[in-house]
Design a protein around this ligand. Structure first.
Ligand SMILES: NC(=O)c1ccc[n+]([C@@H]2O[C@H](COP(=O)([O-])OP(=O)(O)OC[C@H]3O[C@@H](n4cnc5c(N)ncnc54)[C@H](OP(=O)(O)O)[C@@H]3O)[C@@H](O)[C@H]2O)c1
Length: 291
């Protein structure tokens, strides 16, 4: 008898995410088991419950999704889940706490559709947050020369160190963008800007964007006014503005949703997947090829 596809949703928040639950249902998950307020020390028993109930040949029909609004907590839950496995006794895992992996993947794919990353220089604004750090990592893996921005140069340098531990040959320069003058210097001569700042904060003014004649692609991930890049509309999807192809947060949202659903579906192909930033980006690339 074919086993039903079961997704176990582990969420560190007080309420498990409704968004993640709806995407799971839309990704052909047949049964969704939701756990909220999950702490790392509770993961072992939850994952054991998932991996000791079906025989090894059926375990690919059970998978674990780790969400929640706190990406650092999500990473701890993922680390705890990975510790639970031995031999064939394992289930596939996916981390997309706060949508960070799918959002960063969608942003970088949007840029890569319009420019050769390996021949480009990119500025990621607010590169210290979970989405920004992942966007830098994915761009750097694509061979892009990176300017890694924060209001604080020390935080930018710390983000570069963290990214270098994942991408040893990354070309990273930390830059401070604490005021307009610093931001003007940071953006000068770049081909790509991705704004990954907190909601409701403008990081690059319309004037600076328009004055940046080298700019070919601009992606803003902040959907809450004021938006992250002045003059880029939230719904922009490859809209040309002043010589640059622009994307707003809703403009990349469709790709993000496709990646999220494809990643969930792929969990059930085998019982040994661990989908984090790079794997989720690769799933996005495979969709691009098939589209
Ligand atoms: N569409 C989606 O599904 C989706 C999913 C996830 C995220 N997002 C959006 O993607 C963006 C990034 O998400 P995130 O979770 O990585 O963001 P975050 O952690 O909230 O913030 C990212 C960075 O923004 C900077 N920042 C914070 N407050 C600021 C302020 N008052 N002024 C200037 N800079 C400030 C900080 O960098 P420094 O302190 O280093 O300057 C921080 O590290 C957000 O706008 C979020 O809403 C969208």
């Amino acid at each position: 008898m074919t086993k039903h596809r079961i997704l176990v949703q582990l969420d560190s928040d007080e309420q498990a995410s409704v968004f993640d639950a709806v995407v799971a249902v839309d990704s052909e998950v047949e049964h969704l088991l939701q756990y909220h307020s999950v702490r790392p020390e509770q993961v072992r028993d939850l994952v054991h419950g998932a991996m000791f109930t079906r025989g090894p040949k059926d375990l690919h029909n059970t998978a674990v999704f780790i969400g929640g609004s706190d990406v650092a907590k999500g990473e701890q839950l993922l680390a705890a889940a990975k510790q639970c496995f031995f031999g064939p006794m394992r289930v596939s895992l996916m981390l997309d706490a706060n949508g960070a992996n799918t959002t960063a993947a969608a942003a970088v794919l949007a840029a890569a559709r319009h420019i050769d990353l390996a021949q480009s220089e990119a500025l990621v604004l607010a590169a210290t947050g979970p989405v920004g750090q992942r966007a830098v990592r994915l761009l750097a893996r694509g061979g892009c020369k990176m300017r890694v921005a924060s209001r604080s140069e020390d935080r930018a340098a710390a983000a570069c160190d963290a990214i270098r531990s994942a991408v040893a040959d990354a070309q990273l320069t930390p830059v401070a963008t604490g005021d307009t003058e610093q931001t003007a210097v940071a953006v000068e001569g770049v081909d790509i800007v991705i704004a990954a700042g907190a909601a409701g904060i403008e990081l690059l003014s319309a004037e600076l964007r328009e004055a940046c004649s080298s700019l070919k692609v601009a992606v803003d991930l902040n959907a809450v006014p004021p938006l992250g890049i002045g003059g880029v509309e939230v719904t922009d999807k490859a809209v040309e503005r002043d010589g640059a192809i622009c994307f707003g947060a809703i403009g990349v949202g469709g790709t993000k949703m496709k990646i999220h659903k494809a990643a969930i579906k792929s969990l059930f192909d085998s019982n040994d997947k661990v989908l984090d930033a790079d794997d989720i980006f690769a799933i996005g690339q495979s969709l691009e090829v098939s589209e």
